[in-house]
Design a protein around this ligand. Structure first.
Ligand SMILES: Nc1nc2c(c(=O)[nH]1)N[C@H]1C(S)=C(S)[C@@H](COP(=O)(O)O)O[C@H]1N2
Ligand SMILES: [Mo]
Length: 233
């Protein structure tokens, strides 16, 4: 039985779903993992914090593959949460009143990580703010209490531990956290937009040798963090 679509260019399937990311973030963890609160910032008339309002939006479930830019793919993850497009039109727009020319969305994690995507990409129906994975509350490993899931984009756009969302008219107001050639403004997996200036396939060979050590660094850091807070996941 194999009715799954072929893997995107350059990707290889992994059985495990490692906690992963940029190595400077391996030892940084969220401080608030139970309660969801999202601060809205940027080109808005009303900077606000959204909490209980989230209950107004219908919940959705989605099964999607997760593609890391370093070439590993974990298939068929079952997420649940809110569609970003519902969150945007039903909560963010009416309450925060973004400038009509807003074109970019920035997501900020509690660990200091951040990424930017065009608003148009964020409004695709498969982009979620997820708070559950495989029928359980999102674990710290994968982004508690809330993370972005943008399956058509490389994993580096799917910010974990989201606590702030910015809306911007210009991407020039966003400060990148990694070398510019390693980030693509859209990072679509199907187009192999791994980074900029070089064709995506070149970056496959730069990244592949780093997967194993990065995953084990993140795994060790997670285990010692969970021990330090007296939790198991
Ligand atoms: N807050 C935060 N979000 C993040 C990262 C991070 O280091 N911190 N790493 C990104 C990268 S590069 C990837 S591949 C995915 C990994 O998600 P996972 O740890 O759930 O596998 O998270 C993305 N979102
Ligand atoms: Mo990644």
């Amino acid at each position: 039985m194999n009715d799954q679509p072929p893997l995107p260019p350059g990707q290889r399937e992994t059985e495990s779903f490692p906690r992963f990311g940029l190595t400077p973030f391996a030892r940084r963890f969220p401080t608030e993992t139970g309660r969801i609160a999202i601060q809205i910032v940027g080109d808005v008339r009303q900077p606000i914090t959204i909490e209980t309002e989230l209950d107004r939006i219908p919940r959705v479930e989605q099964t999607s593959d997760f593609h890391c830019v370093t070439t590993w793919t974990h298939r068929a993850l079952r997420w649940s949460g809110l569609r970003f497009s519902d969150f945007y039109s039903q909560i963010l727009v009416p309450l925060a009143e973004p400038h009509p020319e807003v074109k970019f969305v920035v997501l900020y994690g509690q660990d200091g990580y951040r990424s930017i995507l065009p608003l148009e990409d964020m409004l695709a129906p498969d982009v979620l703010l997820a708070d559950r994975l495989d029928d359980r509350p999102l674990p710290i490993a994968h982004g508690a209490p809330l993370r972005l899931v943008a399956p058509a984009h490389y994993g580096y756009k799917s910010v974990k531990h989201v606590h702030r969302i910015g809306v911007l008219r210009s991407a020039a107001d966003f400060r990148q956290i990694r070398l510019r050639f390693l980030v693509h403004p859209r990072a679509r997996v199907a187009q192999e937009e791994r980074g900029r200036w070089f064709p995506g396939w070149i970056l496959r060979y730069l990244y592949r040798p780093l997967i194993r050590s990065t995953a084990s660094l993140f795994e060790r850091a997670l285990r010692s963090h969970l021990t330090s807070i007296g939790l198991e996941e």
